[in-house]
Design a protein around this ligand. Structure first.
Ligand SMILES: *[C@@H]1O[C@H](CO)[C@@H](O)[C@H](O)[C@H]1NC(C)=O
Ligand SMILES: *[C@@H]1O[C@H](CO)[C@@H](O)[C@H](O)[C@H]1NC(C)=O
Length: 215
Protein backbone atom coordinates (compact mmCIF):
# COMPACT_ATOMS: atom_id res chain seq x y z
CA UNK A 1 0.00 0.00 0.00
CA UNK A 2 1.29 3.46 -0.85
CA UNK A 3 2.42 5.57 2.07
CA UNK A 4 -0.24 8.23 1.47
CA UNK A 5 -3.05 5.65 1.35
CA UNK A 6 -1.79 4.01 4.51
CA UNK A 7 -1.65 7.37 6.26
CA UNK A 8 -5.14 8.18 5.08
CA UNK A 9 -6.44 4.85 6.38
CA UNK A 10 -4.73 5.37 9.73
CA UNK A 11 -6.20 8.82 10.22
CA UNK A 12 -9.63 7.55 9.20
CA UNK A 13 -9.37 4.72 11.76
CA UNK A 14 -8.23 7.17 14.42
CA UNK A 15 -11.01 9.66 13.81
CA UNK A 16 -13.65 6.90 13.78
CA UNK A 17 -12.43 5.60 17.15
CA UNK A 18 -12.16 9.12 18.61
CA UNK A 19 -15.72 9.85 17.51
CA UNK A 20 -16.73 6.51 19.09
CA UNK A 21 -15.09 7.44 22.38
CA UNK A 22 -16.60 10.91 22.47
CA UNK A 23 -20.10 9.67 21.62
CA UNK A 24 -19.81 6.76 24.04
CA UNK A 25 -22.58 4.25 24.40
CA UNK A 26 -25.27 5.11 26.91
CA UNK A 27 -26.35 1.46 27.23
CA UNK A 28 -22.77 0.44 28.12
CA UNK A 29 -22.69 3.28 30.63
CA UNK A 30 -25.97 2.19 32.22
CA UNK A 31 -24.84 -1.45 32.47
CA UNK A 32 -21.42 -0.47 33.77
CA UNK A 33 -23.13 1.59 36.49
CA UNK A 34 -25.00 -1.61 37.43
CA UNK A 35 -21.74 -3.58 37.46
CA UNK A 36 -20.17 -1.05 39.84
CA UNK A 37 -23.18 -1.27 42.14
CA UNK A 38 -23.00 -5.08 42.41
CA UNK A 39 -20.68 -7.37 44.29
CA UNK A 40 -19.66 -10.22 41.98
CA UNK A 41 -17.60 -12.88 43.81
CA UNK A 42 -17.80 -15.35 40.89
CA UNK A 43 -16.62 -12.73 38.32
CA UNK A 44 -19.58 -13.27 36.01
CA UNK A 45 -19.33 -9.59 34.97
CA UNK A 46 -15.65 -9.73 34.07
CA UNK A 47 -16.30 -9.25 30.34
CA UNK A 48 -18.28 -6.03 30.95
CA UNK A 49 -15.72 -3.64 29.47
CA UNK A 50 -17.12 -0.11 29.02
CA UNK A 51 -14.36 0.85 26.53
CA UNK A 52 -15.84 -1.47 23.86
CA UNK A 53 -17.97 0.26 21.23
CA UNK A 54 -21.16 -1.36 22.58
CA UNK A 55 -22.06 -3.98 25.21
CA UNK A 56 -23.18 -6.58 22.66
CA UNK A 57 -20.14 -8.85 23.11
CA UNK A 58 -20.38 -8.83 26.91
CA UNK A 59 -21.39 -12.14 28.52
CA UNK A 60 -25.01 -12.30 29.74
CA UNK A 61 -26.06 -9.48 27.38
CA UNK A 62 -28.05 -9.97 24.16
CA UNK A 63 -28.56 -7.26 21.53
CA UNK A 64 -30.82 -6.87 18.51
CA UNK A 65 -29.60 -6.21 14.96
CA UNK A 66 -29.21 -2.52 15.76
CA UNK A 67 -26.86 -3.32 18.66
CA UNK A 68 -29.42 -2.32 21.26
CA UNK A 69 -29.63 -4.40 24.44
CA UNK A 70 -32.65 -6.72 24.53
CA UNK A 71 -31.72 -9.19 27.31
CA UNK A 72 -29.83 -9.16 30.57
CA UNK A 73 -29.49 -12.74 31.84
CA UNK A 74 -27.95 -12.87 35.29
CA UNK A 75 -30.13 -15.32 37.20
CA UNK A 76 -28.30 -17.63 39.67
CA UNK A 77 -25.12 -15.58 39.53
CA UNK A 78 -24.31 -15.07 43.22
CA UNK A 79 -24.63 -11.28 42.87
CA UNK A 80 -25.32 -8.93 45.75
CA UNK A 81 -25.58 -5.15 45.94
CA UNK A 82 -28.23 -2.84 44.50
CA UNK A 83 -30.13 -2.20 41.27
CA UNK A 84 -29.53 1.22 39.69
CA UNK A 85 -31.97 3.75 38.13
CA UNK A 86 -29.80 3.79 34.98
CA UNK A 87 -31.33 0.41 33.99
CA UNK A 88 -34.35 2.46 32.91
CA UNK A 89 -32.30 3.77 29.96
CA UNK A 90 -32.22 0.35 28.21
CA UNK A 91 -35.24 1.23 26.12
CA UNK A 92 -35.15 -1.94 23.99
CA UNK A 93 -34.73 -4.30 26.95
CA UNK A 94 -37.21 -7.19 26.84
CA UNK A 95 -35.86 -9.57 29.49
CA UNK A 96 -34.47 -8.42 32.83
CA UNK A 97 -33.45 -11.66 34.53
CA UNK A 98 -31.83 -11.23 37.93
CA UNK A 99 -33.58 -13.99 39.88
CA UNK A 100 -31.88 -16.10 42.58
CA UNK A 101 -29.18 -13.70 43.65
CA UNK A 102 -28.82 -11.75 46.87
CA UNK A 103 -29.69 -8.29 45.57
CA UNK A 104 -30.76 -5.76 48.21
CA UNK A 105 -32.27 -2.30 48.17
CA UNK A 106 -35.33 -1.20 46.23
CA UNK A 107 -36.78 -1.61 42.72
CA UNK A 108 -35.92 1.67 40.92
CA UNK A 109 -39.04 3.51 39.73
CA UNK A 110 -37.14 4.12 36.46
CA UNK A 111 -37.74 0.47 35.46
CA UNK A 112 -41.16 1.80 34.45
CA UNK A 113 -39.41 3.44 31.46
CA UNK A 114 -38.54 0.03 29.93
CA UNK A 115 -41.32 0.21 27.36
CA UNK A 116 -40.24 -3.00 25.56
CA UNK A 117 -39.97 -5.10 28.71
CA UNK A 118 -41.63 -8.53 28.47
CA UNK A 119 -40.21 -10.17 31.59
CA UNK A 120 -39.18 -8.71 34.94
CA UNK A 121 -37.74 -11.55 37.00
CA UNK A 122 -36.36 -10.41 40.35
CA UNK A 123 -37.59 -13.37 42.42
CA UNK A 124 -35.48 -14.94 45.19
CA UNK A 125 -33.43 -11.93 46.20
CA UNK A 126 -33.45 -9.66 49.25
CA UNK A 127 -35.24 -6.68 47.70
CA UNK A 128 -37.15 -4.34 50.01
CA UNK A 129 -39.29 -1.21 49.62
CA UNK A 130 -42.50 -1.01 47.62
CA UNK A 131 -43.48 -2.18 44.13
CA UNK A 132 -43.19 1.05 42.08
CA UNK A 133 -46.53 2.18 40.58
CA UNK A 134 -44.48 3.16 37.50
CA UNK A 135 -44.42 -0.55 36.54
CA UNK A 136 -47.97 0.16 35.36
CA UNK A 137 -46.36 1.80 32.29
CA UNK A 138 -44.86 -1.52 31.08
CA UNK A 139 -47.40 -2.15 28.34
CA UNK A 140 -45.48 -5.16 26.90
CA UNK A 141 -45.01 -6.92 30.24
CA UNK A 142 -46.03 -10.60 30.31
CA UNK A 143 -44.05 -11.99 33.30
CA UNK A 144 -43.75 -10.15 36.62
CA UNK A 145 -42.07 -12.39 39.18
CA UNK A 146 -41.08 -10.65 42.39
CA UNK A 147 -41.69 -13.51 44.82
CA UNK A 148 -39.37 -14.40 47.71
CA UNK A 149 -38.09 -10.94 48.55
CA UNK A 150 -38.87 -8.48 51.35
CA UNK A 151 -41.22 -6.15 49.45
CA UNK A 152 -43.74 -4.18 51.49
CA UNK A 153 -46.71 -1.90 50.78
CA UNK A 154 -49.64 -2.55 48.47
CA UNK A 155 -49.84 -4.14 45.02
CA UNK A 156 -50.10 -0.97 42.87
CA UNK A 157 -53.49 -0.73 41.17
CA UNK A 158 -51.64 0.68 38.14
CA UNK A 159 -50.79 -2.96 37.23
CA UNK A 160 -54.46 -3.76 36.57
CA UNK A 161 -54.26 -1.95 33.21
CA UNK A 162 -51.48 -4.16 31.82
CA UNK A 163 -53.37 -6.13 29.18
CA UNK A 164 -50.45 -8.42 28.20
CA UNK A 165 -49.66 -9.51 31.77
CA UNK A 166 -50.02 -13.30 32.06
CA UNK A 167 -47.89 -14.34 35.04
CA UNK A 168 -47.65 -12.46 38.34
CA UNK A 169 -45.97 -13.96 41.39
CA UNK A 170 -45.47 -11.82 44.47
CA UNK A 171 -45.68 -14.64 47.04
CA UNK A 172 -43.42 -14.64 50.11
CA UNK A 173 -42.97 -10.92 50.65
CA UNK A 174 -44.41 -8.51 53.21
CA UNK A 175 -47.14 -6.95 51.05
CA UNK A 176 -50.35 -5.55 52.51
CA UNK A 177 -53.79 -4.40 51.34
CA UNK A 178 -55.95 -6.43 49.00
CA UNK A 179 -55.27 -8.55 45.93
CA UNK A 180 -56.53 -6.92 42.70
CA UNK A 181 -59.18 -9.01 40.98
CA UNK A 182 -59.76 -7.23 37.69
CA UNK A 183 -57.94 -7.17 34.35
CA UNK A 184 -55.04 -9.64 34.15
CA UNK A 185 -55.40 -10.43 37.87
CA UNK A 186 -58.59 -12.31 37.14
CA UNK A 187 -56.49 -15.28 35.95
CA UNK A 188 -53.65 -15.29 38.48
CA UNK A 189 -53.90 -18.14 41.01
CA UNK A 190 -54.17 -17.03 44.65
CA UNK A 191 -51.13 -19.12 45.52
CA UNK A 192 -49.02 -16.51 43.70
CA UNK A 193 -49.96 -14.05 46.46
CA UNK A 194 -49.55 -16.36 49.46
CA UNK A 195 -47.21 -15.86 52.37
CA UNK A 196 -47.77 -12.10 52.61
CA UNK A 197 -49.19 -11.87 56.08
CA UNK A 198 -51.02 -8.57 55.65
CA UNK A 199 -52.38 -9.18 52.14
CA UNK A 200 -56.06 -9.96 51.94
CA UNK A 201 -57.53 -12.10 49.18
CA UNK A 202 -61.07 -11.85 47.83
CA UNK A 203 -62.00 -15.12 49.51
CA UNK A 204 -61.12 -13.57 52.85
CA UNK A 205 -63.33 -10.50 52.47
CA UNK A 206 -65.29 -9.97 55.65
CA UNK A 207 -62.70 -11.57 57.94
CA UNK A 208 -62.27 -8.48 60.07
CA UNK A 209 -59.51 -10.03 62.15
CA UNK A 210 -57.12 -9.70 59.22
CA UNK A 211 -54.91 -6.62 59.60
CA UNK A 212 -54.48 -5.49 56.01
CA UNK A 213 -53.69 -1.93 57.06
CA UNK A 214 -51.41 -0.68 54.39
CA UNK A 215 -50.31 2.76 55.57
C1 LIG B 1 -21.02 -17.08 46.26
O1 LIG B 1 -20.11 -16.11 46.74
C2 LIG B 1 -19.57 -16.40 48.02
C3 LIG B 1 -18.68 -15.23 48.38
O2 LIG B 1 -19.46 -14.07 48.58
C4 LIG B 1 -18.80 -17.70 47.95
O3 LIG B 1 -18.32 -18.01 49.24
C5 LIG B 1 -19.70 -18.80 47.46
O4 LIG B 1 -18.95 -19.99 47.29
C6 LIG B 1 -20.35 -18.43 46.14
N1 LIG B 1 -21.34 -19.44 45.80
C7 LIG B 1 -21.38 -20.00 44.61
C8 LIG B 1 -22.46 -21.01 44.41
O5 LIG B 1 -20.60 -19.73 43.72
C1 LIG C 1 -30.95 -8.78 53.43
O1 LIG C 1 -30.71 -7.38 53.50
C2 LIG C 1 -30.61 -6.87 54.80
C3 LIG C 1 -30.40 -5.38 54.67
O2 LIG C 1 -31.40 -4.80 53.88
C4 LIG C 1 -29.47 -7.55 55.54
O3 LIG C 1 -29.44 -7.08 56.88
C5 LIG C 1 -29.66 -9.06 55.51
O4 LIG C 1 -28.53 -9.68 56.09
C6 LIG C 1 -29.82 -9.55 54.10
N1 LIG C 1 -30.12 -10.96 54.07
C7 LIG C 1 -29.33 -11.83 53.49
C8 LIG C 1 -29.80 -13.24 53.52
O5 LIG C 1 -28.27 -11.52 52.96
Amino acid sequence: MAMAARFWLLSLTLSVSVVGLVRGNSESDALYTLRKSLSDPDNVLQSWDPTLVNPCTWFHITCNQDNRVTRLDLGNSNLSGHLVPELGKLEHLQYLELYRNNIQGTIPAELGNLKSLVSLDLYNNNISGTIPPSLGKLKSLVFLRLNDNRLSGPIPRDLVGLASLKVVDVSSNDLCGTIPTSGPFEHIPLSNFENNHRLEGPELLGLASYDTNCS
